[in-house]
Ligand binder design. Structure first.
Ligand code: SF4
Ligand code: SF4
Ligand code: FES
Length: 416
């Protein structure tokens, strides 16, 4: 059977053709139909079918099925809640069940206004509650780390956070404890969640159970703007959105670039933005005036002075990059040096041989590699954090990972 064998199936009466084995959620999306989900998140590994939000009717199967666990098969006939009363009733019941203990505190919840549970309840859930008894409560918020708060009574046990911790960052620090209705999310041995990628669980959580302590009560969705940009704190250049309110950055979110970051961020990229407003940040140009002293000067004077010095060097210019420049900044600097100032220390892409094209690959290629060689003494998580997640993915796929320093792989990747 070819991996690309196409199959035809019907979803809500719409005929759709996809490669055999495509997930039903994605297949429905091709047909322009939404199958709502909470726990389903393909980046976390195989589906776990934990929440039942995705119930669909499949012809020939008497009971409703969890759509996220099914794949496209030839001649399948599927009806979603939009086209099946039975599926709509199932989803309504699922939401009513999830809300048995979930507090109706959207007006004071940080996720309110950008919460999948709130949105899906409005669309598919019951308009009124029949649960008149007291709901389960816990101490709150629980600081599971200095940057993450857990409001346990809001958790819908979708296991997205624990699957990230186990299957993606492999830190194993977030776990589910107890069973059945007593299940709860906690940290391993109640230790603080200390890991370089911990903040991703905030974005993964489909409710307001895991929230950012930095962003708590900082803004409501109708007051903010999400500005697309690129993280400049290391050479990876993860795609991000900066949430601003009243002209100030209040939060950093991921913006999935499948070839760069796969929608994950390191904690430096996510939580270090307050440095933008640090008291001791240099905001205006300074000029060395005495051996240890600095004097202020205007931007125009500073640029004139820099130009004068650079031109005066007559092309004898050495460039030192810090490694945190984006590709675009490095290219612009190279062009300025080479074409503007005649310094030939910079190599521009147009000056390199086309033969090198065969060796250019996106970061995501690391995840598919058969062999990975890590060169250098510093930890990957310090130098280019997201690359560590690509190396871990390669290792899970069976790649052989060789670390050049004396540390073995686990010391290099596990020491956090
Ligand atoms: S804390 Fe959030 S992500 Fe984790 S299981 Fe609960 S609802 Fe899901
Ligand atoms: S790995 Fe971290 S620091 Fe580097 S670009 Fe991505 S978010 Fe920024
Ligand atoms: S999304 Fe299918 S069971 Fe949760």
């Amino acid at each position: 059977m070819s991996a690309l064998e196409l199959v035809t199936l019907k979803i809500d009466g719409v005929e759709v053709e996809v490669p055999r084995g495509t997930g039903l959620v994605e297949t429905a999306a091709v047909a322009g139909i939404e199958i709502p989900v909470f726990c389903y998140e393909p980046r976390l590994g195989p589906p776990v079918g934990a929440c039942r939000m995705c119930l669909v009717e499949v012809e020939g199967i008497p009971k409703l099925q969890a759509g996220c666990t099914l794949t496209a098969q030839p001649d399948m006939v599927v009806r979603t809640a939009a086209g099946s009363e039975k599926a709509a009733e199932g989803q309504n019941a699922t939401l009513e069940f999830i809300l048995v203990n979930h507090p109706l505190d959207c007006p004071v919840c940080d996720k309110g206004g950008e919460c999948p549970l709130q949105d899906l309840t409005f669309r598919w859930g019951p308009g009124q509650t029949r649960m008149t008894f007291p709901k389960r409560t816990f101490d709150k918020p629980i600081p599971i780390s200095p940057t993450i708060a857990l409001d346990r009574e809001r958790c819908i046990l979708c296991y997205r956070c624990t699957r990230f911790s186990e299957n993606v960052s492999e830190d194993g620090q977030l776990v589910a404890r107890n069973r059945g209705s007593m299940s709860l999310i906690t940290t391993f041995e109640d230790e603080p969640y200390r890991a370089p990628f911990s903040g991703n669980v905030i974005e993964l959580c489909p409710v307001g159970a895991l929230t950012s302590t930095q962003y708590r009560f900082e803004g409501r969705p109708w007051e903010i703007q999400n500005v697309p940009t690129v993280c400049g704190l290391c050479p990876v250049g993860c795609n991000i959105s900066a949430t601003t309110r009243e002209g100030k950055v209040r939060r950093i979110l991921s913006r999935n670039h499948p070839e760069v970051d796969q929608g994950w961020l390191c904690d430096k990229g996510r939580f270090a933005y307050p440095h933008l407003y640090a008291e001791d940040r240099i905001r205006e140009p300074l000029e060395r005036v005495r051996r240890r002293g600095f004097g202020e000067l205007s931007w125009n004077d500073a640029i004139d002075r820099a130009e004068e010095l650079l031109r005066g060097a007559g092309g004898r210019i050495v460039t030192a990059l810090s490694g945190s420049e984006t590709l675009e900044q490095a290219y612009a600097l190279g062009k300025l040096l080479r074409q503007g100032l005649g310094a030939h220390s910079a190599v521009l892409p147009e000056a390199t041989s086309d033969a090198l094209d065969a060796f250019r690959a996106p970061l995501s290629a690391i995840g598919r590699a058969e062999h990975v060689v890590v060169i250098g003494e510093d930890r990957v998580a310090d130098r280019a954090p997201i690359v560590e997640l690509w190396i871990r993915q390669a290792r899970r796929n069976g790649a052989r990972v060789v670390v050049q320093s004396e540390q073995n792989l686990d010391e290099e990747l596990e020491r956090q």
